[in-house]
Design a protein around this ligand. Structure first.
Ligand code: MTE
Length: 327
């Protein structure tokens, strides 16, 4: 018998918010300028939300409400929720796209803490509630462009990364920030021939991490992140290939040298440290000039944009660098 360990606030396949309802909510809010209050099933009023969820607390009912930001929304339709939560890469739970949705429920995400180490004034172990104010979340609609040449447009909910990192008071020796994913072999489906070394690790240069586009997501489609999408907190770096968006973060380290990254370690000729979305630099085995639009039908494709459409905001970070060498 299958014993469900899912928390009541986790998204299930049956209680998904249809994107039509979601878009309707957005239309209502745009018309009325109303405060961002979720109209999804089971949602409560803003006052109730405040009494039920004190500052910093993960909401017990799984509903999240965010300030509407419409922060540089990309062109293209939102990807249907079923695809966002059913077509995933989370190799700790298998290499098939449907594996994470099937198996990631086994991951324990409550309680959750993040260890902060390295060149910073404030290090130690912090509960997620100490780091993220669940009553001051933003919504950001970003395209996730996977290195496998497919993409999705996802309404993320979370907080900008920069201010969180600043809160740890990084010193001038902190030139990079490294991230690590939770790892627990007993909860994960690591095959006999794992593709990657564990735990999954990623990193950013400090100025990249401080860019206002870099985001820590705790939800999507007005709900707490499902496990397969990286619950309870994952990185979203919208101008980089999706694999930079490390899931289920348990460690943040401020370091002076470029940190190792999982995909670069496994295939350095295919995956560089920077991994900026770049239609002009192909992966050695396939083109990066265009991408399959997940959820858009079998033939839906679009041309890939430089820096995934955010060149105005991030091209300056790489001024003077040869992006075919620093891929
Ligand atoms: N994080 C961990 N810990 N393990 C992974 O396998 N896969 C990466 C990234 N983060 C991965 C990960 C890849 S390759 C992609 S494309 C995105 O997560 C996919 O995010 P999604 O499943 O939420 O769409």
């Amino acid at each position: 018998m299958l014993i469900k360990t899912r928390k009541s606030w986790h998204l299930t396949d049956r209680d998904v918010t249809p994107e039509k309802l979601y878009l309707n909510r957005r239309a209502i809010m745009a018309a009325g300028g109303a405060a961002a209050v979720s109209l999804t099933a089971g949602a409560c009023s803003a006052e109730e939300a405040q009494t039920e969820a004190p500052r910093g607390a993960m909401p017990a009912d799984g509903n999240l409400s965010a300030r509407e930001t419409a922060y540089m929304p990309p062109d293209g339709d939102l990807t249907p929720l079923e695809a966002v939560t059913g077509y995933n890469n989370f190799y700790e739970f298998g290499t098939g796209k449907a594996d994470p949705a099937r198996h990631a429920d086994a991951m324990t995400t409550d309680p959750w803490s993040i260890e902060v180490t390295g060149h910073a004034g404030r290090t130690g172990t912090f509960g997620i509630e100490d780091l993220i104010d669940f009553n001051a979340l933003e919504e950001r609609i970003y395209r996730l462009r996977c290195v496998e040449a497919w993409s999705m447009v996802i309404p993320w909910i979370g907080v900008p990364l920069g201010p969180i990192l600043q809160g740890f008071q990084p010193t001038s020796d902190a030139r990079y920030v490294a991230f690590e994913t939770y790892f627990n072999r007993s909860e994960m489906r690591i095959g006999t021939f794992p593709v990657l070394d564990w735990p999954y690790v990623e990193g950013l240069r400090m100025d990249e991490a401080m860019n206002p586009l870099a985001f820590l997501a705790v939800g999507l489609y007005d709900r707490v992140l499902p496990n397969q999408n990286g619950a309870p907190v994952r990185l979203v770096v919208p101008w980089k290939y999706g694999f930079k968006s490390i899931k289920s973060i348990v460690r943040i380290s401020f370091v002076s040298d470029e940190p190792p990254t999982s995909w670069n370690r496994s295939a350095p000729n295919e995956y560089g440290f920077y991994s900026n979305v770049n239609p002009n630099v192909d992966h050695p085995r396939w083109s990066q000039a265009s991408e399959r639009v997940i959820g858009g039908g079998p033939f839906a494709r679009r041309d890939t944009d430089m820096f995934n459409g955010y060149a105005d905001e991030v091209a300056g970070l790489y001024a003077g660098m040869d992006l075919s060498e620093n891929f």
